[in-house]
Design a protein around this ligand. Structure first.
Ligand code: GTP
Ligand code: MG
Length: 584
C-alpha cells in the first residue's frame, strides 16, 4: 500500500513563541513526544543496558500516543495560504479565536499552514466567521470543514508589508545525497543510524498524518456520529519512512457502546438499524457510501477508488493538500493490533528501527519491494523477518510474542473475531535485552541468516520465535501473528524469493570482504551500507561470481550449492499458478 507522500514539505517553527527558524533536525531531536525524541530516549536506555544502569526513561504506551495525537489533531486546522504572507500578521489574525499552541508551514503545490490551537472551541470560532466561496462559473458544495483557504482582503495594499515565509525542503534525501552522507559516516553503525534519521517521519509529518485522519473523520461523522478514523500501519508503528502511505481505519465499534453501560431501570433501548447478510457486506456498503462522500464532498480528496472486492475492502484516494496516498478500511482491528505490536518491537531496542529502515531501503534499492501490489515482498513482511532474526540472536534482542503474552495482565486481554491478540501494552515492564551486538554485525548476520534460510521447508513465526515446518507450499511462509492460519507473504513467488536470497548472499559477501579492505572516507568510494544500496555493485559482483570457476571461499561455494539443490522444488513453485493477494 506504500505510495507517493508529501512532495516538497517545508516547515517553519513549531511554536508560535519561537521567532528563530531552526534547522529541522535540531528542532526535531529536541521535541518531546516525537519519533526523534523516542530514538534519543532509546539510545539513552540502550546505553543504560550496556552500563547496567537501572534508571530508564519511561516509554509511552501505544494507546497513550494515539490518544494524545488524536486530541491534538482535533484542535488543529489546515489552511491554504497565499504564497507571500506575513507570518506575524497571520498568527495575530488567527489568535483572535484563541491561543495557538504550535504551527508550521509546508509547501505542496502551494503554501499550507498547520495551526494547532490550545482549545477546540477556537476551531468552532474560526469556522463561525468563515464563508463559503462564491463561484462565478461553477457551483460550490457548502461543506464546513477544518480545511480553509486564506485570502487577502486587499492584496495590492498589503504587498509592501508581506514577508516571504522561509521554507526548506523536507523530502527524503536523494540517492546522491544519501550516498554522500553514508560515505562520510564514521562506521557502519553510524551509517545505519544516519539512514534512520534521514528517513524517519518528522514531527510535522506525523502531525499532518493525524490531522488528515481527523479531517476524514469529520466527513464520516456526517453519517456515523461518534465514529473514529485511526491511522495504522507504518504511519504509527515506528517504521514509517518519509513518503509512506497513510493507512486509516474507520472504527465504528464504539458507537452506541457507552450508552449501554449507563442505562438503568427495567428497559433496554436499542437503535432501529438495517440488517445485512454478513459483516463483509456491511463493510462494503459502509465503505461505498464513505467513498462517494469523499469523492463528492471531501475538500482536497481526489482520485477516489473503491476497491470493495479485495480480501480487505478499502477506499483509496489522494489527499492533495498533504500529498498522502490514503487507504481507508473499516472493520480492521487486527491490523491496528499488529501496528501496536510493531510499535512495541520498534521502541524496545534502538537497534530495531535502524536495522529495519536499512533493510527496507536495501530492498527498495534492488526492486525487491514496490509501491504496486504484486508478487514482491512487502515492507510488512520484511519487518517481520527482521523481528524474527532479532528473536533468534543469542541472547535474543527481541522477545517472542508468546512471551509478551505471558507478561500481559487482565487489562491487556484482547480477543478479536476469535483470535487471541493479547500481549503486554506497558513497554516499561519488558526487560531490556543483554545482547550488545553492533548494528554492523547484525546487518551482516541478517544477510547470512536469510541467505541460508531453509525457505523450502521452514516458516517464519514471531509468535514462537523459532522456525517451524511450513504448513503449506507457498515459497515464503511468514505466519500472521494473530490470525495464525494465514501467511502474510502468500503473494511472494519463487523468483522473487530467489532474488531476495541471492541479494542477501551477495550483500553478506560484500560486507565480509570489506572487513578486510575498507576504503578510507576521504576516497569518496561507497563503502559499508552505501555500497549495498548501489544496485550496480551487487549485479557486478553477481556477474563476477558467475564467471568465476572456483568460488573465492568455501562458504560462497556452499551457498551456491545450496541454491542449486533447492532448484527442482523452486521450479514446481514457479510454474504453479497463484493468485496475488496483498492481505493475509
Ligand atoms: P509501508 O506502507 O510499506 O510503509 O508499510 P505498512 O506497514 O504500512 O504496510 P501496508 O501499507 O502494506 O499495510 C498496512 C498495515 O496493514 C500493515 O502495517 C499491517 O498491519 C497490515 N498488513 C499489511 N499487509 C498485510 C498482510 O499481508 N496480512 C495482514 N494480516 N496484515 C497486513
Ligand atoms: Mg502503509
Amino acid at each position: 500500500m506504500a505510495a507517493r507522500g508529501v512532495g516538497m514539505l517545508a516547515r517553519l517553527p513549531l511554536c508560535a513563541q519561537r521567532s528563530q527558524v531552526l534547522r529541522p533536525t535540531h528542532r526535531l531531536l529536541s521535541c518531546p513526544g516525537t519519533v526523534a525524541a523516542d530514538v534519543k530516549r532509546e539510545e539513552q536506555s540502550s546505553r543504560n543496558v550496556e552500563t547496567g544502569s537501572e534508571g530508564r526513561t519511561p516509554k509511552k504506551k501505544f494507546s497513550e500516543v494515539q490518544k494524545e495525537r488524536r486530541e491534538q489533531a482535533q484542535r488543529t486546522v489546515l489552511i491554504r495560504c497565499p504564497n507571500k504572507i506575513s507570518e506575524k500578521k497571520f498568527l495575530k489574525y488567527l489568535s483572535q479565536h484563541g491561543p495557538i499552541n504550535s504551527h508550521f508551514f509546508y509547501e505542496s503545490f502551494g503554501l499550507y499552514a498547520v495551526v494547532e490551537f490550545s482549545q477546540k472551541e477556537s476551531v468552532t470560532s474560526l469556522q463561525n466567521v468563515t464563508r463559503t466561496p462564491s463561484m462565478e462559473t461553477e457551483a460550490a458544495i457548502p461543506f464546513k470543514s477544518r480545511f480553509f483557504n486564506l485570502k487577502m482582503k486587499n492584496p495590492s495594499s498589503q504587498t509592501s508589508e508581506q514577508s516571504c515565509i522561509q521554507s526548506s525542503n523536507h523530502s527524503p534525501p536523494s540517492n546522491k545525497k544519501l550516498s554522500e552522507l553514508l560515505c562520510y559516516a564514521e562506521s557502519v553503525d553510524d551509517q545505519l543510524n544516519t539512514l534512520l534519521k534521514e528517513f524517519q517521519l518528522t514531527e510535522e509529518d506525523i502531525k499532518l498524518r493525524y490531522l488528515t485522519c481527523s479531517l476524514i473523520e469529520d466527513l464520516a461523522a456526517a453519517y456515523f456520529q461518534d465514529c473514529t478514523v485511526r491511522p495504522f500501519g507504518s504511519s504509527v508503528n515506528s517504521f514509517g519512512k518519509l513518503g509512506c502511505d497513510l493507512d486509516m481505519f474507520l472504527d465504528l465499534d464504539e458507537i452506541g457502546k457507552l450508552s449501554t453501560n449507563k442505562t438503568s431501570g427495567n428497559f433496554l433501548m436499542e437503535f432501529q438499524v438495517k440488517n445485512v447478510p454478513s459483516e463483509r457486506i456491511a463493510t462494503q456498503k459502509i465503505l461505498s457510501v464513505i467513498g462517494e462522500c469523499l469523492d463528492h464532498f471531501g475538500p482536497g480528496c481526489v482520485g477516489v477508488q473503491k476497491i470493495l472486492n479485495a480480501r480487505c475492502p478499502l477506499v483509496r484516494f489522494s489527499h492533495q493538500a498533504s500529498g498522502f496516498q490514503c487507504d481507508l478500511t473499516t472493520n480492521n482491528r487486527i491490523a491496528l493490533k499488529s501496528s501496536e505490536l510493531l510499535y512495541i518491537y520498534g521502541t524496545l531496542d534502538s537497534r530495531v528501527r535502524a536495522l529495519v529502515f536499512s533493510i527496507r531501503c536495501w530492498a527498495r534499492a534492488h526492486s525487491l519491494t514496490s509501491s504496486i501490489p504484486g508478487s514482491w515482498i512487502t515492507n510488512f513482511s520484511l519487518t517481520m523477518m527482521v523481528i524474527f532474526f532479532l528473536q533468534r540472536r543469542s541472547p535474543p534482542i527481541l522477545p517472542t510474542l508468546d512471551y509478551l503474552k505471558t507478561l500481559a495482565d487482565a487489562e491487556d486481554k484482547c480477543i478479536i473475531e476469535g483470535h487471541n491478540c493479547t500481549f503486554i501494552h506497558d513497554l516499561n515492564r519488558i526487560k531490556p535485552s543483554g545482547n550488545t551486538e553492533t548494528l554492523e554485525s547484525l546487518l551482516k548476520e541478517f544477510f547470512e541468516y536469510f541467505g541460508n534460510f531453509a525457505f523450502n521447508k521452514n516458516s517464519i513465526n514471531i509468535r514462537q520465535g523459532r522456525e517451524q515446518n511450513k504448513p503449506e507450499s507457498s515459497p515464503l511462509h511468514i505466519q500472521n501473528p494473530f490470525e495464525t492460519s494465514l501467511n502474510i507473504s502468500k503473494n511472494v513467488n519463487q523468483s522473487q524469493l530467489q532474488k531476495f536470497v541471492d541479494l542477501a548472499q551477495e550483500s553478506a559477501w560484500i560486507l565480509s570482504q570489506e572487513d578486510k579492505d575498507r576504503p578510507s572516507p576521504s576516497s569518496h568510494q561507497p563503502w559499508g551500507l552505501a555500497s549495498l544500496l548501489q544496485p550496480s555493485v551487487l549485479s557486478s559482483v553477481s556477474l563476477a561470481k558467475k564467471k568465476r570457476k572456483k568460488p573465492a571461499s568455501e562458504r560462497i561455494k556452499n551457498l551456491l550449492e545450496s541454491i542449486k539443490s533447492s532448484s527442482p522444488e523452486n521450479d514446481t513453485h514457479t510454474n504453479g499458478k497463484r493468485t496475488v493477494s496483498t492481505q493475509a
